[in-house]
Write a protein that binds this ligand. Structure first.
Ligand SMILES: *[C@@H]1O[C@H](CO)[C@@H](O)[C@H](O)[C@H]1NC(C)=O
Ligand SMILES: *[C@@H]1O[C@H](CO)[C@@H](O)[C@H](O)[C@H]1NC(C)=O
Ligand SMILES: *[C@@H]1O[C@H](CO)[C@@H](O)[C@H](O)[C@H]1NC(C)=O
Ligand SMILES: *[C@@H]1O[C@H](CO)[C@@H](O)[C@H](O)[C@H]1NC(C)=O
Ligand SMILES: *[C@@H]1O[C@H](CO)[C@@H](O)[C@H](O)[C@H]1NC(C)=O
Ligand SMILES: *[C@@H]1O[C@H](CO)[C@@H](O)[C@H](O)[C@H]1NC(C)=O
Length: 314
């Protein structure tokens, strides 16, 4: 089919513009045609300019564990998968627990690419008992070591985030709380268990700048939230709001995670006593079994016809 004459005659005009433009682009530097333009040589590699920094250092997920435990590595890797990807992780432990997790190839890979830092607990920071842990966690120096982090997520080896949860830790950051932990009761005004908690470091440092915990005062989570709760511009989650964050003793069907006690051996009756409740938990959050040697051992030890609910604390 013939092209109309008017269209055909445009060909040379278009190629003039096209090749002329190409010539300008290739051979003439912008500073030659645009007054005031500087040409700058760029030394940074392409990837660095075009990929955002992968980790957000205002966030930090922290696990402190001195003991070697069989589920330590799988638990840590699970948290690294379900906490949003921009969160850097820190593991603080003993020579033994660090050497233990570093046997894992995926852990070494995460250390290499900067997602995970492994640190020896400083000699003057001990975590061997509740009292020692409380001393460490109410020490301003401890938190200042973690700066520039502002959002500190602390989890212990008897807690879990459920992969089936329809929210993430970032949804809880958006609520802007100074502290949210595992609820102590639906009617509590503020405060929750620190073994699975999201804390704002600047707010804690403000409390700790003018208050010192004396030995054997209340445990760290109680002590800190009691003071945060009285600080005028702190924002505290109450016990009803916290059940959606972490379940320990107040039942809730679809929390972000669970906190147990004593390495998964202490299960609170209101949450765990009824078989129907346990079935619901194991269906919603099957990965919680990773931290429950008690349930699995008893299931395995006792024969099929015995109801394992007999072995749960009341
Ligand atoms: C890091 O996270 C904080 C808190 O969500 C957010 O305000 C900030 O914009 C993030 N920074 C970057 C570089 O994405
Ligand atoms: C851990 O190992 C390092 C290097 O091997 C050693 O210098 C240090 O004393 C050890 N620390 C503890 C607490 O065992
Ligand atoms: C973990 O193992 C790798 C490879 O052996 C080593 O380079 C790295 O320093 C170890 N990390 C720690 C924290 O010990
Ligand atoms: C540990 O030692 C550092 C300096 O080495 C000190 O600043 C800090 O206060 C000490 N922490 C505790 C808990 O004593
Ligand atoms: C998540 O699930 C809860 C409880 O089932 C529901 O109330 C909430 O609307 C859901 N949130 C989203 C973001 O889907
Ligand atoms: C907790 O906060 C929610 C939402 O702000 C409120 O509806 C509820 O009454 C509060 N509960 C308690 C025990 O303060």
């Amino acid at each position: 089919m013939l092209m109309p004459a008017s269209r055909r005659s445009c060909g040379p005009v278009f190629s003039f513009i096209f090749f002329g433009g190409l010539f300008l682009l290739l051979f003439i530097e912008p500073k030659d045609i645009l007054p005031g333009t500087l040409s700058v040589e760029i030394h940074r590699p392409f990837e660095e300019i075009h990929t955002p920094k992968p980790y957000n250092d205002t966030k930090l997920a922290l696990l402190i564990e001195n003991r070697v435990q069989p589920h330590l590595t799988p638990l840590l890797l699970h948290f690294m998968a379900v906490v949003p990807p921009e969160w850097p992780f820190m593991f603080m432990g003993s020579n033994e627990s660090i050497a233990h997790i570093n046997k894992s190839a995926p852990i070494r890979e995460y250390e290499r690419n900067g997602k995970l830092t492994m640190k020896l607990l400083p000699e003057n920071m001990t975590v061997g008992s509740q009292e020692e842990l409380s001393k460490t966690m109410t020490n301003a120096w401890f938190y200042s070591q973690l700066l520039p982090a502002e959002w500190l997520f602390i989890f212990q080896t008897d807690s879990i985030i459920c992969a089936n949860s329809n929210v993430t830790l970032n949804d809880w950051i958006e609520k802007d709380y100074s502290w949210v932990g595992a609820s102590w009761g639906e009617n509590t005004k503020y405060g929750g268990n620190g073994g699975f908690s999201l804390r704002r470091i600047s707010h804690l440092l403000r409390v700790l700048s003018h208050q010192n915990r004396q030995d054997h005062e209340a445990l760290e989570d109680w002590w800190l939230t009691d003071r945060l709760g009285h600080m005028p511009d702190a924002k505290m989650a109450n016990g009803t709001e916290e059940v959606a964050f972490s379940v320990e003793k107040v039942p809730y069907e679809t929390p972000l995670g669970y906190h147990t006690g004593w390495g998964g051996k202490l299960l609170m009756a209101p949450v765990w006593k009824e078989k129907s409740q346990r079935d619901q938990i194991f269906e919603y959050c099957p990965e919680i079994k990773i931290l429950m040697p008690l349930v699995l051992n008893r299931e395995a030890e006792e024969c099929e016809d015995k109801d394992i609910s007999a072995s749960f604390p009341r």
